[in-house]
Ligand binder design. Structure first.
Ligand code: AMP
Length: 580
């Protein structure tokens, strides 16, 4: 039997082990768990606990449970479990030993060697401590590699032409961003920056704090000093946060959270993604400063990037995708599970060291973005035909996404749902997959806009099921279409490419023809209007910028002479230059 070297992601919040088999890197699971929490505990009944059982006892037994030991690696601090003290290396060794056992059970042979990943900013002392933890666990650590390097290897970037990639890593407790350069098959971290106290946990805390305030308002019970209730609240908040990554709304429920005069009090609140994103906006804004910093340190700028990789479970939040896409101007790569990518990359490095052949990781993804047509009113101007994407291109399938859309008018009783696939910001420039009408809509209250929940379910066979439900009235309608088979022949693609400018500009042209004898908008101005439309729909502008841009677009539509129109078009060109 050949000697096995496994790849290990020893994370602050979660850890995973992977190996290359038959040329393919794969995660080695424990039952149905592909990653395990990096938690170690002791209980009188069960003895030592590692992973999920240790995390489960945390709420009840926080004094006998250790989380986030990675933060202490390389220091001389000791941690206590009960009345015994341990070095950080010893606690990490518990986790590594568990991963070694998981690997051995999966592979049916002993595992004695590993590649382990560490953050790019880890000092020599921290790397050394990681190696020692491996040795305590009975693993020879054949190489320590940087986490962003592992991500680049998992995406096979070492096989490609020279590339510059930004790796944006938001885990449970830490954030870091790195610029990774590949030249001649050599992967190097050019710059790295981050915040060792920013991660998914902070999003949970903000949501838990919000829930705790609502609970106080309703029952006048403060949970501040109730450690067990707070731990349960945090767990519920995390589950709600994860749900909000795919759905526009979630319930924060926790039964028997507290007691009042012998009466049990439950938590039951609804939170929308929009509310959640507003509450946590500041946290994400902090990551922008780090991105700016790495570009400055490496003396590079965002235009030079070839790829953007998202790493860490918390990058599944849609707001992260949008933030990073807007900042870099590139669509981030998300094909590989963000919480598995580092372990898979470590396995690739391990295979390279062992001289094993490695192929690229195969994942099933959506080949196109999928969404619906939407319209919005901005600065009093109706902007029609906006492509609102529910599932971005290259998302791993199967996938389910849901969004809420409001009707344009309070008295609107029906909505026409048009489903498209493609990448153009103008909906009608994409491929129409199907459409249907949902009728009999009801508003929540008189004068309010009715709203419709639109849900996309995309399965492994490429079937897309789109359903729309009236938020209040409950009536629903759905449609199933084969999405991936609608691929075009090369001839059709060539034809469509020629037709593209005309298609993209259709809405503006239609608007004008419906509005009588106005000066003619030439192709160039139409292209500017399309760019303006995309910017307005993209959500990256401040309110003031949006208002200014919408006003200028409106002025162009309202221009009464050709000279006036040309002058305004010139102004739009300048404004787009600044905003884009
Ligand atoms: P990691 O350290 O990479 O395993 O990331 C763990 C963090 O990712 C935790 O804060 C999780 O709550 C968070 N996370 C995992 N899945 C999701 C999801 N679907 N949406 C939002 N956060 C998630």
């Amino acid at each position: 039997m050949s000697e096995i070297i496994v790849g290990i992601d020893l994370g602050t919040t979660n850890s995973a082990v992977a190996v290359v088999q038959d040329g393919q890197p794969r995660i080695l699971p424990k039952g149905d768990q592909r990653i395990i929490p990096s938690v170690v505990g002791w209980s009188k009944e069960s003895g030592w606990l590692v992973g999920r059982p240790a995390l489960n006892q945390y709420a009840l037994n926080p004094d006998q449970t250790i989380r986030s030991i990675k933060r202490k690696m390389g220091s001389n601090e000791r941690v206590a479990i009960g009345n015994r003290e341990f070095t950080p290396q010893e606690i990490s060794a518990f986790i590594l030993r568990e991963l070694k056992t998981i690997a051995e059970k999966n592979l049916g042979q002993p595992v004695n060697k590993a590649v382990i990943t560490v953050p790019a900013y880890f000092t020599n002392a921290q790397r050394q401590a990681t190696k020692e933890a491996g040795e305590i666990a009975g693993l020879e650590v054949v190489r320590i590699i940087n986490e962003p390097t592992a991500a680049a290897l998992a995406y096979g970037l070492d096989h490609e032409e020279d590339q510059l990639a930004l790796v944006y890593d938001l885990g449970g407790g830490t954030f870091d961003v790195s610029l990774v350069e590949m030249t001649g098959g050599v992967v190097e971290v050019r710059a790295s920056h981050g915040d060792t106290h920013l991660g998914g946990d902070d999003f949970d805390h903000i949501l838990a704090e919000h829930a705790s305030k609502l609970f106080y308002k309703k029952h006048q019970i403060s949970l501040k000093d109730n450690r067990v209730a707070l731990a349960r609240l945090n767990r519920a908040a995390e589950a709600a946060k994860v749900h909000l990554s795919d759905f526009p709304e979630t319930h924060l429920r926790e039964e028997y959270l507290a007691e009042q005069n012998g009466v049990p009090r439950h938590l039951d609140e609804t939170v929308s993604r929009l509310e959640f994103e507003e509450m946590t906006e500041e946290l994400l804004d902090k990551t922008i400063a780090s991105m700016e910093r790495v570009f400055k340190d490496a003396e590079l700028n965002a235009e030079e990037l070839d790829r953007v990789l998202l790493v860490g479970g918390a990058t599944r939040m849609p707001a992260v995708w949008t933030l990073v896409a807007n900042y870099t101007g590139l669509e981030p790569d998300v094909e590989i599970n963000p919480d598995e990518v580092v372990a898979l990359g470590a396995a690739v490095q391990a295979a390279i060291i062992a001289g094993q052949p490695v192929e690229s990781i195969l994942v099933d993804v959506t080949p196109y973005s999928l969404g619906i047509e939407a319209a919005t009113v901005m600065g009093g101007q109706l902007i029609p035909d906006i492509y609102s994407v529910l599932i971005h291109r290259n998302t791993t399938i199967p996938v389910t996404k849901e969004e809420v859309f409001q009707t344009l008018h309070p008295n609107q009783k029906a909505v026409h749902i048009k489903v498209y696939q493609g990448e153009q910001p103008v909906a009608s420039a994409n491929t129409l997959l199907g459409d249907f009408l949902i009728e009999g809509l009801k508003p929540a209250a008189p004068g309010e806009h009715p709203s419709v929940n639109v849900r996309f379910d995309f399965d492994v066979n490429g079937m897309l099921r789109v359903s729309a439900v009236d938020h209040i009235g409950g009536s629903q309608k759905s449609l199933s279409v084969q999405a991936t088979q609608a691929r075009l022949t090369p001839h059709e693609i060539a034809e469509a490419r020629e037709r593209l400018p005309e298609l993209e500009l259709a809405p503006a042209a239609e608007y004008l023809s419906a509005n009588g004898n106005q000066p003619v908008i030439d192709e160039e101005t139409q292209a500017l209007l399309t760019r303006a439309q995309a910017l307005l729909a993209g959500g990256a502008l401040t309110e003031a910028q949006s208002a200014e841009l919408a006003e200028l677009v409106q002025d162009i539509f309202d221009a009464t002479t050709q000279d006036e129109l040309d002058e305004l078009a010139e102004e739009l060109l300048d404004m787009l230059f600044d905003l884009e």
